[in-house]
Design a protein around this ligand. Structure first.
Ligand SMILES: Cc1cc2nc3c(=O)[nH]c(=O)nc-3n(C[C@H](O)[C@H](O)[C@H](O)COP(=O)(O)OP(=O)(O)OC[C@H]3O[C@@H](n4cnc5c(N)ncnc54)[C@H](O)[C@@H]3O)c2cc1C
Length: 596
């Protein structure tokens, strides 16, 4: 399956919807349109020509573990070397440690391309970037001096070691221990499972960020500390000491992302150092979690784009049956399946969910950039709140959407979708993990209501709704867009009412939070995407009114917006009704009655 970066759509989102040049000027990073476009072109070449060709083989070959060493699939080492040598690894890294300081609004496009080309390949570098954030923000100067530059450049990777056999979602159950030593270091002992990239053959060193308990730590999440535990301790002169007391005990055999090693890691008194204060590990880890959750959201988007490209290609080539209203291509044995309304329904569902999510990803990326880089402190705080509200939506909705779009990819190919050689079944298998790791999607939905909505009495969500409503108002007077704008405006009003009902129900009965959460997240996501589709339609109409050429591209945006609002947005009604169905019907049945 070949992949081509959707450059035209990415440029539409970056330049026409979000004015990335003005964004970069505000952040003062010296990037202009020409440079950004040049980077995207080169990113498309690297991902399409170097990474994408490895994807299928990496799925078949997988990773191998022998004598504690992991061998990654053929081609990964060379592609990773290019990733480091050509500066892709350091794109977002802090400038003072050799990074290039690219804003997320730009790098998200590259990361989407990379993940669409090979999700497995991206896993190794993805967590390194989160680890860099946590170390940069919370690490001591000495630790930063020894480890950060090489992690920023990609010469060393980073991992995130949270999960243990008995502690998945509930990190309060962690048992890994860290014993203080006279020299200020710690000896870390315990077993971690499911550690992405815990062992690999791409880099000389791997820097593990490990959650563990100090001897006198309070029980629960308030007693968790974050430690840096390298595979090889770095000497002051940059050379590496003998191997630390840690090892990869096994690698998992999985449903998908088979080219990414998922490791059981044993720490046997390994030397490590605290990052941040003792017992503040979870707070430090949250620094990287927001980034990691945004990145996992992008994984859903990337898989969706790849599945859409495959589905579209096949729908144009595959000849089966005649169109309902008669032959469309009478010179052929049958019409291509793209003439059939149901095939178009699948393709347009894929296209509008994918492009809609790309717009929301950019909206969220902009907030993340402003949170860290806006010159004004109040604006940084405001952007941080907006990003925090959006992160669970981006993580959960995009990954559910990615799985749906991948499944539609299989469906579009008919029986061939089930067969390996076409690539659709791999996308479906690869994307399934995105709904599970970095906090399952159920946990994201709980986070949305419990921390983000109830946390401030709905104030931030209300501000977001008001912003979307004001943008919608601007389109009500334009004859070509009035119908769409009215429908979106009505939904935004319904969303406001529903949010108040969700808050009231949560206060009445705490079980309602868990009962409503998944449907509320989905409802909110569809309305947000509808608001963004209206904006896309408005920009497309502006371009058509101005006669700037590319009529087909902008007309397609108008068609897509119409389809999304008429045929996808109505799903919100189902989620609304379901959540209003209440918690009682979930909780009333005694546990014994589930199987009688
Ligand atoms: C391929 C792969 C890579 C991974 N990479 C890493 C990694 O690099 N580092 C790392 O630390 N971990 C990693 N993980 C672990 C992953 O993050 C966890 O599997 C995930 O957080 C869920 O934990 P669990 O598997 O123990 O499920 P559980 O926590 O046991 O959850 C089981 C089910 O119960 C639900 N549930 C649990 N608690 C609640 C609740 N309070 N309310 C409602 N529902 C609830 C969950 O949503 C889920 O549906 C990886 C896992 C895999 C499979």
């Amino acid at each position: 399956m070949s992949y081509q970066a959707p450059l035209r759509d990415m440029r539409f989102v970056l330049h026409e919807l979000f004015d990335v040049s003005a964004h970069c000027e505000l952040l003062g990073n010296g990037l202009d349109r020409e440079l950004i476009d040049g980077v995207l072109d080169e990113a498309a070449r690297y991902t399409g020509e170097v990474v994408a060709p490895l994807n299928r083989n990496s799925d078949e070959e997988g990773c191998r573990l022998q004598d504690g060493a992991v061998t990654t699939p053929q081609g990964f080492r060379d592609a990773y070397r290019q990733f480091v040598d050509n500066g892709w690894a350091s794109m977002n890294g802090p400038v003072e440690f050799g990074g290039q300081g690219f804003p997320q609004l730009v790098s998200a496009s590259f990361h989407e391309m990379l993940m669409a080309s090979s999700l497995s390949f991206r896993i190794y570098s993805g967590l390194t970037e989160g680890a860099v954030l946590a170390l940069h923000k919370h690490g001591s100067e000495a630790l930063k001096a020894d480890y950060l530059s090489k992690m920023v450049s990609g010469e060393w990777t980073g991992t995130m070691c949270l999960t243990e056999p008995q502690a998945g979602t509930d990190l309060a159950l962690l048992r890994t221990k860290a014993e203080p030593q006279a020299d200020g270091s710690y000896k870390v002992s315990g077993n971690k499972i499911f550690i992405s990239g815990g062992e690999q053959d791409l880099t000389d060193n791997i820097v593990h960020l490990v959650l563990a308990r100090l001897p006198d730590a309070p029980a629960g999440v308030k007693g968790i500390s974050l430690l840096l535990v390298p595979k090889f301790v770095a000497n002051a002169d940059g050379s590496l000491a003998a191997k630390n007391a840690l090892s990869c005990g096994a690698i998992e055999h999985k449903m998908g992302i088979k080219g990414a090693s998922t490791c059981v890691m044993n720490f046997d008194g390994a030397t490590g150092w605290l990052i941040g204060e003792a017992n503040q590990g979870l707070a430090c880890m949250f620094t990287m979690m927001n980034d990691a959750r945004f990145q996992v959201g992008l994984q859903g988007l990337a898989i969706a784009e790849a599945a859409f490209q495959g589905g579209l290609r096949y729908a144009r080539e595959r000849l089966q049956s005649r169109g309902l209203a008669g032959a469309v291509q009478p010179d052929k044995a049958a019409d291509p399946i793209i003439v059939h309304p149901d095939v178009r329904r699948m393709l347009l569902t894929q296209k509008t969910l994918t492009e809609g999510s790309r717009m929301l990803a950019a909206y969220c990326a902009r907030q993340l950039d402003l949170e860290h880089g806006h010159p004004d402190a109040a604006a940084r705080k405001a952007a941080g709140k907006r990003a925090a509200l959006l992160i669970p939506i981006v993580k959960a909705f995009f990954t559910d959407m990615g799985q749906e779009v991948a499944s539609l990819g299989v469906q579009l190919y008919g029986g061939h979708g089930f067969i390996r050689e076409w690539g659709m079944e791999q996308l479906m298998r690869d994307s399934r993990i995105t709904q599970l790791y970095e906090g399952t999607n159920g946990i994201q939905a709980l986070d949305l209501i419990r921390r983000k909505l109830l946390g401030d009495g709905g104030a931030e969500l209300s501000a977001l709704q008001a912003e979307f409503s004001a943008l919608c108002d601007q389109q009500l007077d334009r004859p070509a867009l009035r119908g769409l704008a009215q429908t979106v405006q009505a939904r935004l009003g319904e969303w406001r009412e529903l949010s108040s009902e969700v808050i009231a129900a949560s206060q009445r009965d705490v079980q309602e939070i868990g009962a409503m959460s998944v449907d509320f997240l989905a409802y909110s996501s569809y309305v947000l995407l509808a608001g963004l589709w209206l904006q896309a339609a408005a920009r497309a109409q502006d371009a058509l009114d101005a006669g700037t050429g590319e009529t087909a591209f902008y007309q397609a945006k108008l068609h897509s917006a119409e389809f999304f609002v008429r045929r996808v947005l109505p799903r919100a009604s189902g989620h609304r009704e379901a959540l209003l169905g209440g918690a009682a019907c979930l909780m009333a049945m005694p546990e014994d009655s589930f199987a009688l």
